[in-house]
Design a binder for this molecule. Structure first.
Ligand code: SF4
Ligand code: SF4
Length: 307
């Protein structure tokens, strides 16, 4: 589907029966997988795609080519779609200075643009900014939908939350088809082509960091980011789960995540913990950092501190 005149388009797989739909029905049904015939709207290449970890380089190239063709047809744009692997000697981590955050939500919107998140019906945000009354750290006091005339507000502080890229991620354990896993350089990723949309991972995440695409993403054509990664910001489809990947498409090319660049007060810090000279290493060694819901033993690679 190509639609130049419309302000936004949807990835045109709504009416198709996908491999994921088939698997979902099979799993939910008798608990058996039966050999399918080819289903309408589902190409054999797509249906028979192996798990990401089993794709030989030539097979991966073929998958990327197929997806780029699909995006070209759908959006009328040429996409760069990489699958750059984990960086050697790298352990990515994030730190957020709660003394600096002013609750402006620029990170939220920069994330949505960078990661091609649906702008409406549904509007999806991978970052949420929580407002707490000063002195409280009780999640029950947190307010997500605050809307003051201006920020920061007297008597409150702000705590942005996104995927914490846990070292012991309950979401990964919950997935019945291994569609999500932890990469060696730190990011927990999702293969949208393998996800069956069961949402078990969402139920398992204690940070509410995963988001389900109830509909195909609606993207304004002039805001589409065509610089994408297979495990990151490529346009998602209906009925799959997505989440922050530290902007895998950027950080594996030596760039900062979009939220780090967008923050007007420098509250967000990111880097390689294995690099002795990195800012993130300095913060962890010199600041009193804490991790959100540490008692759950999820071991986030995401730290908070007050400077
Ligand atoms: S924050 Fe949630 S989605 Fe992210 S790794 Fe941890 S459990 Fe998984
Ligand atoms: S952009 Fe920076 S200051 Fe604004 S909400 Fe996000 S982290 Fe806080």
């Amino acid at each position: 589907m190509k639609n130049d005149s419309a302000k936004s388009v949807e990835l045109d797989r709504n009416d198709s029966v996908t491999r994921r739909d088939f698997l979902k029905k099979s799993l939910v049904g008798a608990g058996l997988l039966t050999l399918p015939g080819l289903l309408p709207g589902c190409t054999w290449e797509e249906f028979s795609q192996k798990h990401f970890s089993e794709l030989a380089p030539a097979e991966l190239e073929q998958v990327l080519r197929r997806l780029k063709d699909q995006y070209r047809r759908c959006y009328g744009r040429e996409f760069q779609l990489s699958a750059t692997g984990p960086l050697p000697e790298t352990a990515f981590a994030y730190a957020l200075d709660l003394s600096k955050c002013i609750g402006c939500r620029r990170c939220v919107y920069a994330c949505a643009e960078e990661n091609n998140l649906s702008r409406s019906d549904p509007q999806i945000h991978w970052i949420k900014v929580l407002r707490f009354p000063n002195g409280s750290m009780n999640p029950e006091d947190a307010e997500r939908y605050y809307a003051p005339d201006k920020v920061p507000e007297e008597g409150y502080y702000y705590m942005p939350v996104q995927c914490q890229q846990c070292a012991n991620p309950p979401c990964v354990k919950a997935c019945p088809v291994q569609a999500t896993w932890k990469e060696p350089d730190g990011m927990v990723v999702v293969d949208y082509n393998w996800c069956i949309g069961c949402r078990y991972c969402m139920a398992a995440c204690p940070y509410d960091a995963r988001h389900f695409n109830w509909a195909a993403p609606t993207l304004p054509i002039n805001e589409i980011n065509t610089h994408t990664h297979y495990l990151g910001n490529r346009p998602q489809e209906k009925n799959v789960v997505g989440k922050c990947t530290f902007c895998i498409q950027r950080v594996r090319e030596g760039r900062y995540p979009a939220c780090v660049e967008a923050c007007p007060v420098g509250a967000r810090k990111f880097g390689n913990l294995l690099d002795q000279d990195s800012e993130i290493r300095y913060i962890l060694e010199h600041k009193r950092v804490f991790r959100f819901k540490e008692e759950l033993n999820t071991q986030p690679n995401f730290y908070y501190y007050f400077s």
